[in-house]
Structures are given as C-alpha cells and as structure tokens.
Design a protein around this ligand. Structure first.
Ligand code: GUN
Length: 297
C-alpha cells in the first residue's frame, strides 16, 4: 500500500480562504476588522521567522496585524503591562506571546495574564479547562490543524483508536482532548511508555509529536492507519547541508499507512492557518456574531 499524502499546504490555503471570506463579511456588514497582536521578546532566529510569517499572512486575509518586539532583558512587569494594554484594546481580538520566553520571565504567569477570550493560542488555564470539559474554548492551533485534517480525510473519526506520542501542553495533551471530544479511544504515549511499538501498532490514527527525528518506523504502523506527523526537525545530510524531517520515518511509514502528512508541507502550514481562524473566531465571539463554520473544534 502506498499512503495518500495529506497536502497540508493546500488545505491551509483553503482554511485561509475561508478566514478571508469571514473577515470581509465582518468588515462589510459590521465595520469590524479583526486584529491580531503578536509579542516577541528577544531575537531568537526561529521565532523571528515565525513572527514575520504570521504578520504577513494576517495581512493577506485582511486582518489588522500588530507586532511588539521587546528587548530580551524586558522586565516581567513591562511585559505584563503591555499584555494588559492589549487586553483592553478594542481593536485587538487575538494576542499571541511567542514562546519560548527568556528564562527570567515566568511563562505560566505571562500566558495566564492574557484575557482568555483573546488567547488565540488556547494556552490560558481557563481555555485548557474549558476544552477538557468539552465546552466552547480557544483551541491550540497545531492540534486544531491536525483535527481539521483528520475530519477532512475521514469524515467522522468516532470510535477510532488514536495514539498520541508526546504529552506536551502545546500539542500532545490538547490533541488527546480533541480526539476524545470527537469520540476516539485515546492513548497518550510518552518516553516512559512500555512497549511503545505495540501500542502504536494498535492505532488507526497516529499523532507523532515528540520532537525526535524519524523516531517512528513503518513497522510500528498498522496497515491503512492515518499518520499525522507534527515533528519539524532539522538534521544533517550525509553529503553536507541540512534537511527537515518529521518524527516519523516517512519512507517506511508511507508504505503501510493509508494516509500520511509530509514534512515539510503537512501540519506546519496548518498551524498559522488555525491561528488566523482562531482570531476571526475570537473577533466574532467578542462582538456576539455568528462564528465562522468549519474553523473551530
Ligand atoms: N512557539 C512555537 N510554537 C508556538 C505556538 O504555537 N505559539 C506560541 N505562542 N509560541 C510558539
């Protein structure tokens, strides 16, 4: 069997197209422009690339984009004061503080100072609680993107066995929660899991989110399973230079899987598309208007 390749790049473009339609309706019918503020502390090169790309795509879908670039030594009180200002700004509907933060800043404190209604990352403790009790919340972007691809490919995923490898707060845990809310039977596997290959072999859906290059080989995959690869790892090529690989060994997994996401071009592009989706959702909710269809969990 050769797996169907799930084209995240094309799907993300479709999602952004839907966001753009909703943004133009908000503008034309209600004179409202959704606004997203991104806060970057320090000059981490990877974070700078993400933030630039977020800003560009925010403008492309017709939203207002605000970027706050702060010095790496910014005191916590100054960052909290900026977040408070953004919480109270009626033109800002989404706030994202780029992680990781420099060590002297308390990440939990900073994230929990964002108004839950504007927390487009879905990291605020209130949103985590709402998601885990099956209530309306802001949902973390990467797991939301994975869920959208699964629903698009399968229609319904109800009753399927899903194994999530990785237990991070950003991907693994919220992903498991979303799969459970869609009535999957969910296992969260991690570095201490016993017999990981056998656990993965029982899965109809495998979500790999561990950050270890090509860790999952094809002989762990059940024939016909759907493999969603969240990993983005840069590795050295034998002939020199580097390349991007996921957390699964693509070539061997693609031989047995029914469907698989590539790296790059799979989950990655969906993350920013879902950030834009969350921003337009937050804006609609803040104004008591109907939410965009197909862009929420
Ligand atoms: N850094 C890497 N991924 C993310 C993300 O999804 N949100 C934020 N805020 N920071 C990140």
């Amino acid at each position: 069997m050769t797996a169907k390749v799930i084209d995240g790049k094309a799907f993300a473009a479709t999602v952004r197209g839907k966001v753009a339609v909703h943004v133009s309706r908000l503008k034309a019918d209600h004179n409202i422009t959704p606004g997203l503020a991104v806060v970057l502390v320090g000059e981490d090169p990877a974070s700078q690339v993400y933030v630039r790309s977020k800003g560009k795509m925010t403008l492309e879908v017709g939203m207002k984009s605000v970027e706050h670039k702060l010095d790496i030594e910014t005191p916590e009180a100054d960052l909290l004061a900026l977040i408070e200002q953004l919480n109270n700004d009626p033109e800002i509907h989404g706030i994202l503080v780029q992680l990781p933060l420099p060590k002297h800043l308390n990440e939990d404190l900073v994230i929990n100072s964002i108004s839950p209604a504007k927390d487009v990352d879905g990291f605020h403790i209130s949103n985590v609680g709402l998601l885990s009790t099956g209530q309306k919340s802001m949902v973390p972007c990467t797991p939301l993107g994975c869920l959208m691809m699964l629903r698009d490919h399968h229609g319904s995923i109800s009753g399927m066995n899903a194994v999530v490898i990785g237990r991070s707060n950003i991907v693994g845990k919220p992903m498991a929660q979303l799969l459970l809310n869609d009535s999957c039977t969910v296992t969260i596997a991690h570095s201490r899991t016993k017999d990981l290959p056998d656990v993965v072999r029982g899965a109809d859906i495998v979500i790999a989110a561990v950050g270890r290059p090509e860790m999952v080989p094809g002989d762990w995959i059940k024939k016909g399973a759907t493999v969603i690869d969240v990993g983005i790892n840069r590795v050295e090529k034998p002939e020199g230079g580097t390349r991007l690989v996921g957390d699964v060994d693509y070539a061997s997994c693609a031989e047995v899987a029914g469907a698989i996401t590539p790296v790059p071009g799979g989950v990655g592009p969906m993350t920013i598309a879902c950030l834009l989706a969350n921003t337009v959702t937050a804006c609609s909710r803040a104004n008591g208007l109907v939410e965009p269809e197909g862009l929420t969990a």
